[in-house]
Design a protein around this ligand. Structure first.
Ligand code: FAD
Ligand code: FO1
Length: 497
């Protein structure tokens, strides 16, 4: 479907390897070239955004205006108030900054992108649609459909603004593990881990009217509809908040917390040892390339911590995009390797000590207080500690009737409650834990077969399990108290009215 990006007006701002031409329009350049539209989807930021840079560059070359379009889906992979509130608050800030700095209009549509985006292109006679890149099946299908629905003259370019080494450049095939992709990525880092050009306002201003967006109304509506999974208060949304988390002078990861990363990142009692970047990376409010550039600047101060961080941020994260891009069944047992499917099926009827329903798991009603604590951390805090996610998913394999059910439940719960859910990292995280994707085979045992096993005793050896359970208990109490106070506050306000 995609051809090499030879058909571009030689993009001088963005490396050709980062761009895929999904559709080549027939627009003769010159007077009847229409505007450029950037359909912003995964990379919801103005700074360090290759897709936006490309859209402005192409508009300037064709001497036409450029606009940003965002489509808010009615239902997106189980997202609720927690995720949509975070996303929309970030977009509201982006909209404000956009008008103040780049004077590029921002249009927000509600419904299905395969309807709203082609309609918008037709309304303004656009010649080029630029999109950012997500390997998720649905997204790839939407783009194929949009290619069919737009006029002959419209071109469609996809820009990988999320990965440092574009997924299709890092490897042309499904990689087996971090070991097989690491060398391929590291070889290309000198070429792709480069600084960003500073974006200037486009040369040609948008002639049409700008859309006025009632953000308060929209956010209130989305919070009401998605109230089942309430917003989290500890995680402020937006590009500025993301930069604070990365390198703020108060408590930034690179500025204040990096030294503990290599030693404490697997200790669930020290969540501050982790970067805390995943909500911002997931929604594209910060560029992984920016995080890597800033980390490399201080590599000499904490060489080991930076190496470990870059391994997770670049190799592990881009391996997840590789998996989802080349394995369309990335969230099902069919997407696992043959050895894993076989070993799991060989042990599918092994006796389980416990069998729990999705509801029992969702309500943290198992006999394992450690697992319950991790589930409660995810439900109430919205971000389970990375180490616990492995234990959490593996126990679901042990306590359900078979691997398909385990996979379905882990992905359902992960995407419903995690602020960073619905992400290739999450599908791979569940597939790694339950079906050994990107892992090797281990000593064969009941239920798990050759899938890596984790247990309570192993956790006890690694960290203070009782301390973590107590920590989560406090967390849940505080969250419930805050929720009660805020709803009291709301009632009082209504009474005063
Ligand atoms: P840090 O350790 O500071 O990592 C920095 C960044 O590196 C992360 O934000 C992430 O982008 C990347 N990274 C770190 N670990 C991994 C990994 N194992 N795989 C891929 N990328 C990684 N990550 C998500 O973003 N969304 C999810 O829904 C998600 N679900 C998971 C489910 C399971 C069962 C497992 C085992 C892992 C899951 N992960 C997920 C991966 C990882 O746990 C989180 O990315 C990490 O805990 C996020 O916190 P952080 O940014 O503070 O981590
Ligand atoms: N992107 C959009 O363009 N429109 C949406 O309505 C939308 C909702 C959404 C909800 C939860 C979530 O985690 C992400 C969401 N995204 C949305 C962002 C985008 O889909 C993600 O970056 C991909 O899921 C990752 O590939």
């Amino acid at each position: 479907m995609a051809s090499p990006s030879s058909a571009l007006n030689k993009s001088s701002m963005v490396q050709q390897g980062r761009i895929r031409v999904l559709k080549e329009g027939s627009t003769p350049s010159g007077r009847d070239a229409g505007p450029v539209v950037y359909w912003m989807f995964r990379d919801q930021r103005l700074r360090d955004n290759w897709a936006l840079i490309h859209a402005v560059d192409q508009a300037n070359k064709a001497n036409v205006p450029v606009a940003i379009a965002f489509n808010l889906f009615d239902q997106f992979l189980g997202a609720k108030a927690r995720q949509l509130g975070f996303m929309l608050r970030g977009l509201r800030l982006l909209h404000r900054d956009l008008e103040q700095t780049l004077q590029i209009p921002f249009f927000l549509f509600q419904g299905e992108a395969i309807e709203t985006i082609p309609n918008f292109l037709r309304e303004y006679g656009a010649s080029l649609l630029v999109t950012d890149f997500s390997p998720l099946r649905e997204v790839q299908k939407w783009k194929e459909e949009i290619c069919k629905r737009v006029g002959k003259k419209v071109s469609l370019h996809e820009v990988d603004a999320h990965n440092i080494v574009p997924t299709w450049v890092a490897s042309e095939k499904l990689e087996y593990s971090a070991r097989t992709i690491r060398g391929k990525i590291n070889k290309l880092l000198p070429e792709y881990l480069i600084d960003f050009p500073t974006l200037q306002p486009p040369s040609v201003k948008w002639a049409g009217t700008n859309q006025s967006i009632d953000w308060d109304d929209l956010i209130t509506e989305v919070l009401r509809e998605g109230a089942e999974v309430p917003e989290i208060k500890w995680c402020e949304s937006g590009e500025n908040a993301a930069v604070e988390i990365l390198m703020g002078s108060k408590n930034g990861f690179l500025t204040k917390r990096l030294k503990n990363y290599s030693t404490d990142r697997n200790n669930p009692l020290k969540p501050g040892a982790l970067s805390g970047l995943s909500p911002y990376l997931h929604f594209g409010q910060i560029s992984a390339q920016r995080c890597a550039l800033e980390a490399k600047k201080i590599q000499k101060n904490c060489p080991q911590a930076v190496d470990v961080f870059l391994e997770e941020l670049i190799v592990r994260r881009e391996l997840a995009d590789n998996f989802c891009f080349y394995q369309p069944r990335y969230n099902s047992l069919q997407g696992a390797w043959e050895w894993a499917r076989k070993t799991l099926m060989d042990h599918a009827s092994d006796k389980r000590e416990h069998i729990y329903t999705k509801e029992q798991l969702e309500n943290a009603q198992t006999a394992d207080p450690l697992w319950n604590a991790s589930q409660l951390e995810m439900v109430h805090y919205g971000k389970m500690h990375g180490f616990m996610r492995m234990y959490w998913a593996k126990k679901i394999l042990e306590w359900t009737r078979g691997p398909e059910e385990a996979l379905a439940i882990s992905i359902y719960l992960n995407d419903k409650y995690e602020i960073d859910g619905r992400d290739p990292n999450g599908y791979v995280g569940c597939m790694w834990s339950i079906c050994g994707v990107h892992d090797q085979g281990w000593q064969e045992r009941q239920i798990f077969g050759k899938i890596r096993y984790m247990n309570y005793a192993g956790c006890k050896r690694k960290f203070d399990v009782d301390g973590y359970i107590a920590y989560v208990k406090r967390l849940v109490t505080e969250t419930k108290k805050r929720k009660a106070e805020s709803s009291l506050g709301k009632e009082a306000k209504e009474l005063r009215v």
